[in-house]
Every structure is written in structure tokens, then in C-alpha cells.
Design a protein around this ligand. Structure first.
Ligand SMILES: O=C[C@H](O)[C@H](O)[C@H](O)COP(=O)(O)O
Length: 237
């Protein structure tokens, strides 16, 4: 899908932003458009205080002069705007294709509302076509990998678990200094149970399932931007 569609979805999310808000800023190519557009509004006088979800977004926001803070200083945020790799019919998400899932989840959980911006290629009936990122501690990688593999087989994964690597072939390292295992499910039929099972493994830091966290999504397609609103109470996990 085109950058233009991502930008259209990002522009819609700006209509939810009010002066005085504390915002979480997502990561990825779609969130990047939102931060760009927010930067223009800040230059025009919009008063916001933002917490970025990655070093990349932090750099982008600083370059644009967007005022930044952190979750040590701020207790809660009003709204987080972020992208997603998949959005299912219940508005559960897979995130972390860019490796920012841990900070993204911490920031989303500290926010009263989460809005996802995406193009229509991200909509799925059931999560799992996109490989689920599992962020793991470097220590004991082999043991953690074996434990995750067991969870995969219990949850019907179709494919392998792969250590994420950079284009140069080195292990990909997250902003938190961890590694990522990408788990190829094909179809995740019980996301809540899978979430619990993964988080029960000591070496797992976090995974990319964002369940009951998204309140609203702006999804851009060839016919414009659709607004999807979650009908469940947001609990977050
Ligand atoms: O780690 C990255 C994030 O979860 C992104 O928000 C997600 O991968 C979607 O990125 P994009 O907007 O580039 O498709």
C-alpha cells in the first residue's frame, strides 16, 4: 500500500489530538507520517507533550521540535497513536515488525486511549499471518528458544521460530538491548492463552500481541479512510 494511504490514516488521527494533551508516539513507517504531521501542528502552536516509543521516533520528534517527556515524569498519557502489523476483527493487534514492541506496549498501557493507523493490507480475520515477534533476553537464548518452541507447537504454529537478523546478518538488537524471535503461526486461534503462555517463560521479555488495547483504528484504502471502533472495554495485555 502507498505512503499516501498511510499519510491519510495518520492525518485522520490528528483530528483526535487537542492542545494540552500528553501523547504516546508510535514507531514505524505509518507512525512516522503521524509524527511528521504533528510536527507541523506543533510549529503552528499546538501544545502537546509526547513520549516516543523508540530511539528512531525520539530522533524524528526532536528534529521536528516536538516537546518530549518520559514515563518517569508523566504518570499517564491521554492518547497513543501507533501503527500495527495486523488488526483482527476484535481490534486485537500484532505489532513489533520494526522491533519496537516493548516500548510501544509500555507506552500504550500507560495511555487512556490507543488509536491505530494503518492501511487496509493490515486487516485480517484472524491474527497470525504476520510472524509474531517475541522479545527475549540474550541470556539463556537456547533455553528460551526451546521453551517458546513448545508453546508454538501447543498453539498450532505452522512454521519455525527464527532469530531476527539485520540485513548484514547480525542478530537484531532492540532499543532495550534484547533479541527478537519471530514465530510463524499462520493462524492464532487463542491469542489470550498464547499471550499468557509466552509471558510465563522467564526469558521472554514481551511479545507483539496487543490484546484489548486499541480503541479505534483509522484504516486507509483505495476508497478513503475507514474508522473502526472497538466495542469491548479496554483492559490491555
Ligand atoms: O515495531 C514496530 C511497530 O510495531 C510498527 O508500528 C509496526 O511494525 C507497523 O509498522 P509500519 O507502519 O511500518 O507497517
Amino acid at each position: 500500500m502507498s505512503e499516501e494511504m498511510k499519510r491519510e490514516a495518520a492525518a485522520m488521527a490528528l483530528s483526535d489530538v487537542r492542545s494540552g494533551m500528553r501523547l504516546g508516539l508510535g514507531t514505524g513507517s505509518t507512525a512516522r507520517h503521524f509524527v511528521d504531521l504533528l510536527g507541523e501542528r506543533v510549529r503552528d502552536g499546538l501544545d502537546v507533550l509526547c513520549v516516543p516509543t523508540s530511539e528512531a521516533t525520539d530522533r524524528q520528534a526532536r528534529d521536528l521540535g516536538i516537546p518530549l517527556s518520559d514515563l518517569d515524569t508523566l504518570d499517564r498519557l491521554d492518547l497513543t497513536v501507533d501503527g500495527a502489523d495486523e488488526i483482527d476483527a476484535r481490534m486485537n493487534l500484532i505489532k513489533g515488525g520494526g522491533g519496537a514492541l516493548l516500548r510501544e506496549k509500555i507506552v500504550a498501557a500507560a495511555s487512556d486511549r490507543m488509536i491505530v493507523i494503518a492501511d487496509a493490507s493490515k486487516l485480517v480475520d484472524t491474527l497470525g499471518r504476520f510472524p509474531l515477534p517475541v522479545e527475549v533476553n540474550r541470556f539463556g537464548l537456547g533455553a528460551t528458544e526451546r521453551a517458546v518452541q513448545v508453546v508454538l507447537s501447543v498453539h498450532g504454529a505452522e512454521g519455525q521460530l527464527k532469530l531476527r537478523r539485520t540485513a548484514a546478518g547480525e542478530p537484531f538488537v532492540t532499543d532495550g538491548g534484547h533479541l527478537i524471535l519471530d514465530a510463524f503461526f499462520g493462524r492464532i486461534s487463542q491469542p489470550e492463552a498464547l499471550s499468557t503462555a509466552l509471558l510465563d517463560i522467564p526469558g521472554v521479555v514481551q511479545h507483539g500481541l496487543f490484546l484489548n488495547m486499541c480503541n479505534k483504528a483509522y484504516v486507509a484504502g483505495p476508497d478513503g479512510v475507514r474508522t473502526l471502533v472497538a466495542n469491548e472495554t479496554r483492559t490491555g495485555s
